[in-house]
Design a protein around this ligand. Sequence first.
Ligand code: PLP
Length: 407
Amino acid sequence: VGIFNGVDTLPPDALFDIKKRYTQDTRAHKVDLGIGAYRDNNGQPWVLPSVRRAEEKVHADKGYNHEYLPITGLPALTGGAARVIFGPEYAEDRTVSVQSISGTGALHIAAKFLAKFLPERTIYVSDPTWANHKAIFQLQGLNVASYPYWDAASKSLLLDGFLDSIDLAEEGSVFLLHACAHNPTGLDPTPEQWDAVLERLAARNHLALFDSAYQGFATGDLDRDALAVRRGVRRMASVSPVIVCQSFAKNVGMYGERVGCFHIVLPDQSSEVNSRVHGAVSSQLAKLIRSEVSNPPAYGAKIVGAILADKSLTAAWHADMVTMSSRIHAMRAALREKLVALGTPGTWDHIVEQCGMFSFTGLSPEMVRRLETQHAVYLVSSGRASIAGLNEGNVDHVARAIDEVVR
Ligand code: PLP
């Protein structure tokens, strides 16, 4: 009997627990600024028009069925996804791309792969970072450390500390970099700062691991948001492989369909070596995926694959991305403007200066608690607010609530 009697009870996941409390809250004016999911101006989830068109196209296909996908995923997705993220830097002969269970699954594949082939290497993550990063790598027995990233007092990038960590880390360490729209700070390095980071990574033979979960949300432009990855691939070509974990949850708005890809770009060696290593890495990834999920989910992959394979659908998707990012941008401006108009103590320019889905507001855990209990405004205790949860109908309430808790 009781062989599991000694199992410890863990606290619920902080983010999903916010969602639960929000759902149970009966106050009509409640506002969810917790999870990073896009909402339209009525506060509703948005099925992208490009996705609707792709769904119609996929369903109209006479060969439509629910067969298994290949172990490494749908080629239309993996190839299209590589072109979206790598653009002109896509070196097909040096890139191994496999489908993953969204971005989390791609990170999980990265963790499994690193644990198998580079188990001694430490993974450096930004301080702060997405709550799940540490857990994903630690669960595979890897050592996780952090590099300075965010200065709370000045709300700016700690570039010197970041570069120092790169210099001081043991040669050949792994640096996890947010490709764009850093979660939770909304603060990305400038192109020049990226160059400095990449120079130092190259000098120490470190491995760059890009997490690309928000391509399109930083600037509204999918190509511009791939700048760091593309420069990284170019700079590291003579140094080390580059890993990219790519999610389509947010930028295609197919959160629950779990569409993502894991890519390894091999360094530029002789074509004979490239081809051998490409084959070897592909075979290892296939074995790993086979034992974990057998083969990846098909539905979302077909939709995103259809979008990426058709010029007109791709253009429609890019336009949808602009719709989402512009609305978020407008809500940042509205919130800042209202706080300034209310004379709320503090400066609020950072709300418009930060990019992506989130604002790292600088509100304390105590203020966040009061926002929830007194005003039914839900955000993460770190002060991270998902700006996508704001709309013309609730931004005034949120500004007044922030004003009240700050005073
Ligand atoms: N990476 C970052 C930085 C994220 O914020 C998220 C989701 O919030 C993910 C990866 C993974 O998301 P998903 O597994 O839904 O693609």
